[in-house]
Design a binder for this molecule. Structure first.
Ligand SMILES: NC(=O)c1ncn([C@@H]2O[C@H](COP(=O)(O)O)[C@@H](O)[C@H]2O)c1NC=O
Length: 507
């Protein structure tokens, strides 16, 4: 008796050639409605599932292959006498290969004009049941879920290499696939932020040469069907492969640049911004970001939220950068930058929408999960506790500094003037330390600048240092028991203070 293959696929890519190959290797093909038609039209000899089961497809395709004759054919242990006898008693033939890919649930769900009923109908039941049965029976049955495997499977059969280890690999792929499929369905059924168990699913983009350090292995994964403003959905146009650290830094640059609607440029080093500029055009924005810290930008990453024009490309090409990220490059700009062999150019669609992703941090034996963040603040959320109030121009810089300080590692202080960072104190174990670093970096430029702090002032010392340097306005969350001490200092020196009521720790 010939071996049997059951083929039931939604994505019909490559299926005709695969089926022809299997037929040529003397496999009898059984198939479901649409797949059967495709194969018949291509002249492949094929039998309908209902001719095997004696039971028609019913309920609009909700029941096609869910039948004991199919599932016994997949689940019987071929080396078990009792199983063999039961199969003989019921005249059931074993199925040797299952080729199934599932209803396109996520693709249907992502369509803009789709009804809830259509989404539900695209939850595949019979397909996963067959795949899982075949995968459980990997000692006897091959479960093929990925069209990319058709060629290898055919070759393996031809060379008598479709053995248990290979079937086990195919089975593992099946269980990963059905787990991902169910995770996406569960995500559709509830938007509960913290369910009783938290299942995530990602798809591999690439294996990386190494992780944060050369002795660490690493890979980059993306959300299935990712289309937002992210590295995963961006395109690398030029340069060497991204490293683990490149991806982390580039992602930090993207998170920051998403804050600004006007033309902006951000330079990032070790996941902290070292210079940010906002202006009327990208070229001036980059000049500001560069001037903010011409030392730290060396070997850094630059992201701009406007296409890179020729002038900006000239400026960028005069310094050593690892990566430039932008929504596009003009032809001339691209020509200039690609003269540098090693620079990586990434094209990423820019939008201001903040991602709703959870943030996951592994801890020993578990994971911490948090939502992505507070509401956008507006003027009505602010408190102005000092005698001096900020001017409109001060407010522009205060907002700029506030948006920036959110992305600096805590304890963080940012000084800004004319929408340009002039001093950034990052990752210090005490707030006054971060303030001193930022003020030292700003030097004389601190006179007339604004200061943002990611968390409240536990003491008046930061306000005192700011006053000494000539800072004219401060934005900070407020909420310290000793807020009044800092307010008193500001009143003494005519500094305007703004309280946001929102803290922005970033550890
Ligand atoms: N209900 C069933 O018994 C069943 N058996 C197989 N399917 C799916 O039907 C699809 C193929 O359908 P067709 O050959 O009619 O185009 C495959 O994605 C397969 O996973 C089923 N459909 C959904 O559950």
């Amino acid at each position: 008796m010939n071996k049997q293959v059951l083929i039931s696929v939604s994505d019909k890519t490559g299926i005709v050639d695969f089926a022809r190959g299997l037929a040529a290797l003397n496999y009898d093909i059984i198939s479901t409605g649409g797949t059967l038609r495709t194969l018949k039209e291509a002249g492949v000899a094929v039998k309908a599932v209902e001719d095997v089961t004696g039971f028609p497809e019913m309920l609009d395709g909700r029941v096609k292959t869910l039948h004991p004759i199919i599932h016994a054919g997949l689940l019987a242990k071929r080396d078990d006498d009792r199983h063999r006898q039961q199969m003989l008693d019921k005249s059931i033939n074993p199925i040797d290969i299952v080729v199934v890919n599932l209803y396109p649930f996520k693709q249907t769900f992502d369509q803009s004009s789709v009804t809830k009923a259509e989404v539900i109908e695209n939850i595949d039941i019979g397909g996963p049941a067959m795949l899982r049965a075949a995968a459980k029976s990997f000692r006897y049955v091959s479960a093929v879920v990925d069209p990319d495997d058709y060629k290898d499977v055919l070759q393996a059969i031809q060379h008598d290499k479709l053995d248990t280890p290979m079937r086990k690999q195919l089975a593992a792929k099946v269980f990963r696939h059905t787990a991902q499929y169910d995770t996406l369905i569960a995500g559709y059924f509830t938007d509960e932020a913290f369910p009783e168990n938290f299942t995530v699913t990602y798809e591999k983009v690439q294996t990386l040469r190494y992780g944060e350090n050369p002795h660490q292995q690493a890979a980059f994964y993306k959300k299935p069907y990712e289309q937002g403003m992210s590295l995963a959905s961006g395109r690398q146009l030029h340069g060497k492969e991204l490293s683990y650290n490149n991806i982390q830094d580039a992602n930090a640059a993207l998170e920051i640049i998403a804050e600004y609607a006007k033309p902006a440029a951000v330079a990032v080093k070790h996941m902290n911004p070292c210079g940010i500029g906002v202006s009327e055009d990208v070229n001036t924005a980059f000049s500001k970001a560069y001037r903010a810290d011409p030392v730290s930008i060396f070997g850094g990453i630059v992201a701009c939220n406007r296409p890179i024009d020729v002038d900006t490309a000239e400026q960028l090409s005069s310094i050593f950068l690892e990566i430039i990220i932008a929504p596009g490059f003009t032809d001339e700009g691209f020509t200039i930058l690609t003269k540098k062999k090693n620079i990586r150019l990434l094209e990423v669609k820019m939008d201001e929408a903040k991602s709703a992703d959870h943030q996951l941090t592994t801890v020993k034996g578990g994971v911490l999960i948090q939502g992505n963040g507070p509401k956008e603040l507006n003027h009505d959320d602010l408190i102005f506790p000092t005698e001096t109030k900020p001017t409109e121009a001060d407010m522009t810089d205060l907002w700029f500094a506030w948006k920036t300080v959110k992305h600096v590692k805590s304890n963080a202080i940012v000084l800004a003037k004319d929408q340009e960072t002039i001093g950034i104190g990052a990752g210090q174990m005490n707030r006054i330390g971060a303030a001193k670093i930022s003020l030292e970096q700003a030097g004389d430029k601190a006179e007339g600048a604004v200061l943002a702090s990611d968390a409240f002032f536990p003491m008046p010392d930061t306000a005192e240092e700011a006053a000494k340097a000539g800072i004219k306005a401060i934005i900070q969350p407020g909420g310290s028991k000793r807020d009044q001490d800092s307010i008193d200092v500001c009143n003494q020196y005519g500094i305007a203070m703004v309280m946001t009521g929102t803290r922005h720790f970033k550890h």
